[in-house]
Each structure stands twice: as C-alpha cells, then as structure tokens.
Ligand binder design. Structure first.
Ligand code: NAD
Length: 260
C-alpha cells in the first residue's frame, strides 16, 4: 500500500507509536522513528525494523518540546527520505493531579508535547504535502479529546486542542489531497499499563482481573483494552484509499466509553 512513501511517527519507540510504525512499515512505507531513548537503543530499534520490514528505516531522537529540534527532525526526513508523506503525531505524556496542585512545569510540558509539537510538525510538512497533492496526517488523540476525567487538566486540554487542530488542518488540506484525522483510543494495553495493573493489584489487595474491570476499565463498557495493534490498523485504514473521504474525523476506539 505505501511502498515508496515515507511515514514519520513521533513517539514511536514504544507503545502505540511503535505499533503504528510497524503497521505502516508492514505496508511497505519507509519509516522515520522518533522518541526519547537511552544510548544504543535507537540502533537496536532501527536494526529490528530493518530485519522485519522492506522499507528504509531511520531514527531521530528529537525532543519534541523544542521547536528547533522539530525543525531538525523534519529537515532530516526531507534530506534523507525526500520528505514526509504520512505524518503521525503520536508522542505524548500524562500527569495526574488536582488542578490546584498541578505543577506548572507539567502543564507546559504536556501542552508543549501533546499539542504544540503537532502544530510545528504539521506546519512544516503541510506546504510540501500540498505541492505533492498527497499527504496523510494522523493524530493520536484520546477519548480525552472528547470527554474529560478529573485530575487530568493538561492532558484533556491538550487532547481537546488536538481535536480542534485536526479539524482545521482537514479543512485546509481538503482540496489539496491532504487528509487529517485523529484516533481517539480509550485505554490501550501498553507495557506501561501492564505495570500499572500489577502495582494496583498489589496495592489494593485485589486480583489483576478486578483491577482491569473495576479500576482501569471502569469507564470502558466492553471492559476490554484497546490493543496498540488495533490502533496501528486504524492508522493504516485512515491512510489507505478506503479512507480518502475520511477527513477531520475523531475516530473513537474506546469500547463505547464516550457513547455513555
Ligand atoms: P508510551 O509512553 O508507551 O510512548 C510515548 C512515546 O513518546 C515514546 O516513544 C517516548 O519516547 C515518546 N516521547 C516522550 N516524550 C517525548 C519528547 N519530549 N520528545 C519526543 N518523544 C517523546 O505511551 P503510549 O501509551 O504509547 O501513548 C502514545 C500516545 O497515545 C500519546 O499521545 C497518548 O496520549 C496516547 N494515548 C494513549 C492511551 C493509553 O491508554 N496508553 C490512550 C489514549 C491515547
């Protein structure tokens, strides 16, 4: 599907971003990986992708809270890959705290990474995408782009923000072959969540099944996690010809969470 195209997936060293990168790589795309890693981890990751997939694989450790680093990342993709055909804005972090105690630095970090970074990458790739007459932008938003939870002020604000950005970019690209959509997952089973399940079970003296059902998945009607692979498959669908008329959509993948 994507042979000869290049996908830049931010925050693709773990979790959802990695699964999206794998799904696009499996379609033949060249992949620019990005994320914060320990020395050497990037080489191992690139080697692993190169072994499993046909396309060209690159990596940039650009810290996306720094607009100059983002410029470097987009420059690298332009120089070494001939530009970005598919942009996936995925990197994101969370912080949970009542707003009266919410650390100001955490607010700035989360708005910077989960929202502003996507503005920078998008503004830098939009011109070339319009010139080529083809481009796909997929934003990893969240159920929290559509509904709120307490104690997640920065995250919910940033995710609602990216929902708005998605719609604006969709309109601006509409007649230039550029599509922009957001995926809104509920709880996704990532290694990070696995650790949380074990810890919570121990802390509360309940089973892991009870943690999943009554704590983590309290809001998710299916009582099942979304898998990172399912999110990857959605990214492939949104960038495929079947998705050509999907534009400015906020695709819910949450087992019915926001339907309530
Ligand atoms: P994760 O922690 O597994 O991965 C986060 C990625 O972002 C990593 O590759 C990390 O290196 C990168 N990253 C962190 N800070 C960075 C920075 N300053 N610059 C560049 N890269 C940076 O998280 P995940 O669960 O896979 O989440 C990925 C996205 O999916 C986030 O936007 C998150 O909000 C969203 N999301 C996650 C869930 C969930 O339940 N896990 C649900 C809905 C939405």
């Amino acid at each position: 599907l994507h042979r000869g195209k290049t996908a830049l997936v931010t925050g693709s060293t773990s979790g959802i971003g990695k699964a999206i990168a794998e799904a696009l790589a499996a379609e033949g795309a060249n992949i620019v990986l990005n994320g914060l890693v320990k020395p050497g981890e990037d080489d191992a990751l690139v080697a692993d992708f190169e072994k499993r997939f046909e396309g060209k694989i690159g990596f940039s450790g650009a810290d996306l809270t720094d607009p100059e680093a983002i410029e470097g990342l987009i420059g690298y993709a332009a120089r070494d890959f001939g530009g970005v055909d598919i942009l996936v804005n995925n990197a994101g972090v969370q912080h949970v705290s009542p707003i009266e105690d919410f650390p100001v630095a955490k607010w700035d970090l989360i708005i910077g990474l989960n929202l502003t970074a996507a503005f920078h990458t998008t503004r830098m790739v939009m011109g070339p995408m319009k010139e080529k007459g083809w481009g796909r932008i997929v934003n990893t938003a969240s159920a929290h782009a559509l509904v709120a939870s307490p104690f997640k002020a920065a995250y919910v604000a940033a995710k609602h923000g990216i929902a708005g950005l998605t719609k604006v970019v969709a309109l601006e690209g509409a007649q230039h072959g550029v599509r922009c959509n957001a995926i809104c997952p509920g709880y996704v089973h990532t290694p990070l969540v696995d650790a949380q399940i074990t810890d919570t079970a121990r802390a509360r003296g309940i089973s892991e099944e009870e943690v999943k059902r009554d704590v983590l998945l309290a809001a998710q009607p299916t009582k099942q996690f979304v898998t990172a692979e399912q999110v990857g498959a959605m990214a492939v669908f949104l960038t495929s010809p079947s998705g050509d008329q999907i534009n400015g959509a906020l695709m819910q993948m949450d087992g019915g969470w926001v339907a309530q």
